[in-house]
Design a protein around this ligand. Structure first.
Ligand code: DQA
Length: 157
């Protein structure tokens, strides 16, 4: 008999996202990081999945979390925050572990300052969602659940 592990998502939030709720509410809304993580976990559970959520203000901690994902997580949802626009290291970590990645931004980075228009992470993400606020995390979970459950279904057929 084979016992299949429940599918798990790693949800990573980068620097300053711990300030959500009070940080520039006109840009990021009033949802807190707890709200964002609870929404991701609830969306995962609605598919029978689990989600582990990590927020860090430190690039190396995010990279270590990405390196630890294989074997624990089936896919990664990441809002790299400001590191999106600066971090080749996070991009390389994501590409190095080879798990499906969805990049999420609460705000529409393309409507904002020019330095936010480029993300190093987007080139290694399957999907990029920006401007949908907290709903973007739910969309990311729904996308990954549909994709990976469909892939598992076709593999057993
Ligand atoms: C952000 C957008 C980034 O440009 C910014 O540095 C953030 C948050 C977003 O979720 O909209 O910290 O990733």
């Amino acid at each position: 008999m084979t016992t299949e592990r429940t599918r798990n998502l790693l949800v990573l939030n980068g620097p300053n996202l711990n300030l959500l709720g009070t940080r520039e509410p006109a840009v990021y809304g009033t949802d807190t990081l707890d709200d964002v993580e609870a929404a991701a976990v609830a969306a995962a559970e609605s598919h029978g999945w689990t989600a582990d959520c990590i927020q860090s203000n430190h690039e190396g901690d995010l990279i270590d979390a990405i390196h630890g994902a294989p074997g624990l997580a089936d896919a990664i949802i990441i809002n790299p925050a400001a590191y999106s626009h600066t971090s080749v290291a996070i991009r390389d970590a994501l590409s190095g572990v080879g798990l499906p990645v969805v990049e999420v931004h609460l705000s529409n980075i393309h409507k904002r300052e020019e330095f936010r228009h480029h993300s190093f992470v987007s080139a290694v993400a399957e999907v990029v969602i920006c401007g949908a606020g907290i709903a973007g995390y739910r969309m990311a979970v729904d996308y990954l659940a549909a994709k990976l459950d469909a892939a598992a279904g076709s593999a057993t057929r």
